[in-house]
Design a protein around this ligand. Sequence first.
Ligand SMILES: [Zn+2]
Length: 459
Amino acid sequence: MGCLVWGAACNPAPSPHWTADLAIEGATILTMDPSRALYAPGTLLIKDGAILALGPQDSLAGQYVATRRLQAEGQLVLPGLINTHCHAAMVLFRGLADDLALQDWLQFYIWPAEAEFIDSLSVRVGTQLAMAEMIRGGITTFNDMYFYMDEVARAAKAAGMRAVIAEGLLDFPVPGSPNPEQGLARTRRLLEGYQNDPLITVAVGPHAPYSCSSGLLQQADSLARRWEAPLHIHLSETRTELADIARPYGGLSPPAYLDSLGLLGPRTIGAHGVWLSPADIELLAARQVGISHNPESNMKLASGVAPLVALRQAGVKLGLGTDGAASNNNLDLWQEMNTAAKLQKVHLEDPAAMEAYAILLMATRGGAQLLGLDQQVGSLEVGKRADLQIVDLQGPHAHPIYNLYSQVVYALRAGDVRTVIIDGRLVMEDRQLLTLDEASIFRQVDSLAGHIREKLLAP
Ligand SMILES: [Zn+2]
């Protein structure tokens, strides 16, 4: 018998004596599993970091013992959100320079700031700040591309966060890698060092078709294939990129160009996908490429509006991302969900475009699928790792509730997230971060920002 919505528990063979490490009791549980199962009130049991059982509270009552119980009446349990594209440590440059043309922003602020201030220490503290913000907003997995990614991996493990990490590979010197060979060597070391890690997945990260030579793209691809690793790349982000690729490569679009080099496949994660023709969309679907949609960054940098509805109709895997905080300016996927839905509606002049369920799916199970992690996370199902958030439903903006998916996408917000569990471990409880020392992080970030301000903003 399959799972029943509002019905019988979706569990393995019934046992009167489940022994759980943690029981979450009394909450409304929105599983985001393929059957859209919803339990109100429900119980969810966690053992050894995985979901042991979940279902209606009545059917599980008396069936288990638990080392710890969390009473969650009046709260909503959801899968942790999955940020499918970001540059976490760029929180250090949040608000450094806004409302500028993209080229000026990069050339006069971001690149000089990165050249001078990005090192292993600043990446560590920047990533810690980013993780504090993400955990507070219910994000349990982030897909990161930046520099000194060994620091990101260490910081994520220490904070108990799940991360997919890619050392950014570019043709020119970048922090930590004076040439692309060094970037590839860093990537190889990460791939070797984090095999079968419970929290860290290593991806290969050629930055973009316009910032990597064909040779570098192919080297990155063969490394990703050898290790069966995800390949994370910016793709068709701006109109300029179309011209920059078409000119030297016989009029090819960025996806067609990457395909000619063999880079498009089921493990390819394309960030943005704004400027895509119908033929590009068909190609992405045929190659099973996933697209990370980053609407707020696309709006702030005036990049354009991604053809989300057409991508979805073509069956392209879709996730949501924040991009770096410097172009957003926060790492809040609740806002991103809200924006993603509304942007499509106004752009297509169709209020029915991208309904709430489809948007929440992108931020949870869809994102997990994009990252190749859907067997482990993305929905609340028996046997999956316990990555979840407990969200308060007591605020005035949470009343009344007719449709939970609508409530999540259009009314609730990051500040409503009270408790976050990753891989079965409590990382935030009642708004208290348990694995990150915010006061110390803020002190270090503010001190670093003082130097950045002095160097780049001095009159
Ligand atoms: Zn990006």
